[in-house]
Design a protein around this ligand. Sequence first.
Ligand code: FES
Length: 314
Amino acid sequence: MTARVIMKLKVEAARLTTPKVLHLRLVHPLKPELPAWEPGAHVDLRLPDGKIRQYSLCGDPDDRSAYEIAIKREDAGRGGSRGAHETLSEGSVAHVSAPRNNFPLQQADRHLFVVGGIGVTPVLAMVRRLSAQGADFRVDFCAPSEHDAPLLPELRAICGERLRTWLSSDGARFDPREIGRAQEGDQLYVCGPQRLLEAVRAAAVELGWPEARIHAEAFQATLDENFKPEPFDATLASTGETLHVPADRSLLDVLRDHGVTMPSSCELGVCGSCVCGYRDGVVIHRDSVISVTDRQHRIAPCVSRARVAVTLDL
Ligand code: FES
């Protein structure tokens, strides 16, 4: 994988915000300021197993002295997050990239957020900014229990009555229709597990929300295991060269085999590092990062493919 430039940051503080979620505050050992970022941004973190994963920044975007992230331990996962929990403690070194933003705040009269579990991380940074601006917003936060709701005290302190919690332990179940009909100037953000995204998106469309005003960030890859890849051809617009992508290779791999330098990070369609433009062709989008509008001309070659042929803006 090709990752972005990695900084060695010091873990200044580490604490469990729930039994499974480790909250870290990271500082540069020499520089007083880290690269600037906007709410919704994430960084790449190199985990102890060498894998690179994306974590949203959840601290104050106006505080350049530190980055804050929260890592959920995935016991059923590939071990990376478990390793991070075991090795990242006060004083240790974390390998972190400069921030990138695939989930920015939009211009709006009112911002509505639906959050599931660890999906709270980018939203915390977003509401910090909106609160400082005196903007109108509301957050619906779904979690199994108060005990298992990451960063809930921080969210409560910022949101006050603008926060509604939906805790399964209290028998409270979030009905996606709670978002209500879109009013002029509303923007809707959904962040959390894929099934929450799908349920909220379906309800929003039914309630008349235009797709362009629904913004989602998945906290897991959405790849369909039953997908059967087919071979296709990819033409490079700059040279006219046509590359054949066999069924068992990704477009990203084939581009690299032919000397095209492509950045990448997650290679799961969630980070946006590899995204490039395309012109002609029917693309089979399999990422969870490109918006519905941008899918007309952007492709994530780490996971997405084309029917028969595609021309890339490369
Ligand atoms: S490398 Fe992350 S979306 Fe392709």
